[in-house]
Design a protein around this ligand. Structure first.
Ligand code: ATR
Length: 283
């Protein structure tokens, strides 16, 4: 079976290492390859997945929302979130799924954190934040505060999520100015960074003084493994969750959609860790 990753750029992705390791571990004959796809080529690239022998693929930045009109159907979770990270191909039909939401929850729970009943602060209102916001509401958080640099985008995300929130759940939006950050974090038990801030250098949106040993801090960035946010969380004595778990769990759920098999999680974690080490060595 052939699988592809559609994104732009994709050359640094470690998904091929993770998925090819999973195929090998299950004794399946197949390959997972990169398809670097500039936005103008999205329609024809997605259409190419309809070929015989192609089981589907993943979709990453910046195409998770743009692929939607090119698919034949959406699984319910992808339709709610409005974004697709996994495409399954069967007999010429392409179905879009979103495994980011379930992958996020699986990784948080694997770390022993159960968001049900918690007050959660979510930083970001982009594609990743959308999946996570729906996942958190489904997990039964008592309060979700979405903070974003563009506060209007936070408001739109909150409006969308509120439609599926239950009566007792409070969902609110805010900007990321210092006073807004301080107010939101005051009573937060879990802080999730779903912005791209932290991928480079020592940039961080959250002041060290706002974190305490009672907080749980999750950064969905997996490279670098210790972002500035996670470094500050360590100094504050907070419990920490890196983005590696979400990456591996969304991959595992996609693998199960394509193959019908239980994903070999240990082999996928090993491959992800080795691929990241290899990338660090080349820097
Ligand atoms: P993804 O699909 O990975 O979520 P995205 O949709 O481009 O990527 O979203 C990026 C997120 O990081 C957004 O929430 C963005 O904030 P804006 O909506 O205000 O653009 C956030 N982000 C990126 N750079 C930022 C910065 N320097 N400061 C604060 N937020 C930033």
């Amino acid at each position: 079976m052939k699988l592809y990753l559609i994104g732009h750029p994709v050359s640094h992705s470690i998904s091929p290492a993770i998925q090819n390791a999973a195929l090998r571990a299950c004794g399946l004959d197949g390959s997972y390859e990169l398809l670097d796809t500039p936005p103008v080529l999205i329609a024809e690239t997605v259409a190419s997945l309809r070929q015989a022998g192609v089981a589907g693929g993943n979709v990453t930045v910046p195409h998770k929302q743009a692929v939607v009109p090119h698919l034949d159907a959406l699984a319910p979770q992808a339709a709610r979130i409005g974004a697709v990270n996994t495409i399954a191909h069967q007999d010429g039909r392409l179905v879009g799924h979103n495994t980011d939401a379930a992958g996020f929850l699986a990784s948080v729970r694997e770390a022993g954190v159960h968001p049900g009943g918690m007050h959660v602060v979510l930083l970001g209102a982009g594609g990743a934040a959308h999946a996570i916001a729906f996942a958190l509401v489904d997990a039964g958080v008592s309060k979700l505060t979405v903070l974003n640099r563009d506060a209007h985008k936070a408001k739109l995300l909150v409006e969308a999520v509120s439609q599926t929130a239950s009566n007792g759940q409070h969902v609110a939006a805010s900007g990321i100015h210092a006073h807004e950050m301080a107010a939101a974090l005051e009573s937060a038990q879990l802080v999730v960074n779903a912005t791209t801030v932290g991928m480079r250098g020592n940039e961080c949106l959250v002041g060290r003084e706002l974190l305490s040993s009672d907080s749980v801090v999750c950064d969905i960035i997996y490279n670098p493994a210790e972002t500035e946010l996670l470094r500050r969380a360590r100094l504050a004595g907070a419990r920490r969750i890196t983005g590696l778990g979400m990456l591996v769990h969304q991959a595992a759920q996609a693998f199960t959609i394509w193959t019908g098999r239980t994903a070999p999680l240990a082999a996928m974690y090993r491959a992800a860790t080795e691929a990241l080490k290899h990338q660090e060595g080349r820097r």
